[in-house]
Design a protein around this ligand. Structure first.
Ligand code: NDP
Length: 281
């Protein structure tokens, strides 16, 4: 292996420590305690794990942290009522509705009901629009975490050719917009793209696809930085990314492992977003 590993676990710990120090300062100087409310509906096991790790991180950095767990049969009106109540709650600066929601609920309508100033997942169209227009605002946690990883390794996207594989609203699109804002020349790839051609020209590849080892190591331009957002479970129960790691690591200059790369950054950036939301009040 020639690539250096990007240690997302270490960077995430650093981000959380910075947030914790800032929380202490806000408390001292302004008597302000940032608050994060997480809404979970039903018993999706993955959601339970995610919410637990978010709550643990929130408590560790010193936030006011509250979880609202509703029954799987909760009605749209009930969840909407809770979101509105949290919008009006001065102790809460960040609201997160954990997806996926049970079938009877309209996720989009619920996400739209969150006050954009408290939308720490940054999935609300107002925040997506601000990012698209190059205006300040809350940024989606996973792509923001990727930007932080790039900063940590001293990679400046300016004037570089960046290829983002995937165009979801959660990862691919906001990732491309953040890289554009950082002055990269950005190509967004999807199912109809010629991946070997595009990736072969990229100084930076961000894979956010959800297909195990789709991005072949041999496609990587020598010296490129490779960021693997993918988290896929193999039939044997192993976690693998969207990139053929071993082969890509032969050519890349830097690469994220899966797990331990982008994964831990998402929760850390959620803490940073909650802090930012609290500061803006
Ligand atoms: P989505 O399924 O919403 O989007 C996947 C994207 O990949 C789509 O734009 C799709 O293209 C594209 N795609 C799928 N197959 C191919 C293919 N064969 N060739 C080219 N493009 C393809 O996924 P997400 O963006 O939500 O997640 C992507 C991955 O990132 C998943 O593994 C997920 O688990 C992981 N993830 C990790 C997070 C973390 O680290 N904390 C957070 C969020 C996600 P098209 O639009 O043409 O259909």
């Amino acid at each position: 292996m020639t690539a250096r590993l990007i240690d997302g676990k270490a960077v995430a710990a650093k981000v959380r420590a910075q947030v914790k120090a800032e929380v202490a300062r806000l408390k001292d100087e302004r008597g302000l305690l940032p608050g994060l409310a997480v809404v979970r509906v039903g018993e999706d096991p993955a959601s339970k794990t995610y919410v637990t790790s978010k709550r643990k991180a929130a408590e560790e950095v010193g936030f006011y942290s509250v979880e609202h767990h509703l029954d799987a049969s909760a009605s749209q009106a009930e969840v909407l009522g809770l979101v509105r109540q949290l919008n009006a709650d001065a102790r809460v600066h960040g609201i997160l509705v954990q997806l996926p929601l049970p079938r009877q609920l309209d996720s989009e309508a619920l996400l739209l009901a969150i006050d954009p100033a408290k939308d720490v997942d940054a999935f609300h169209p107002v925040n997506a629009g601000r990012l698209f227009q190059g205006k300040p605002g809350l940024r989606p946690c996973t792509p923001a975490g990727v930007m932080r990883l790039l900063e940590e390794i001293g990679f400046s996207p300016a004037a570089k050719k960046a290829v983002v594989v995937g165009r979801s609203n959660i990862v691919g699109r906001p990732m491309a917009m953040l890289l554009l804002a950082a002055d990269a020349t950005v190509t967004i790839c999807h199912r109809k793209s010629d991946l070997p051609l595009e990736i072969g020209q990229a100084d930076l590849v961000v894979a956010a696809v959800g297909v195990p080892r789709l991005v072949k190591g041999a496609w990587i331009k020598p010296g490129a930085v490779v960021i693997d957002v993918g988290i896929n479970r193999t039939p044997e129960g192993k976690l693998v990314g969207d990139v053929e790691f071993e082969a890509a690591a032969q050519l890349a200059s830097w690469i994220t492992p899966v797990p331990g790369g982008v994964g831990p950054m998402t929760v850390a950036m959620l803490m940073q977003n909650t802090l930012a939301a609290a500061r803006s009040f």
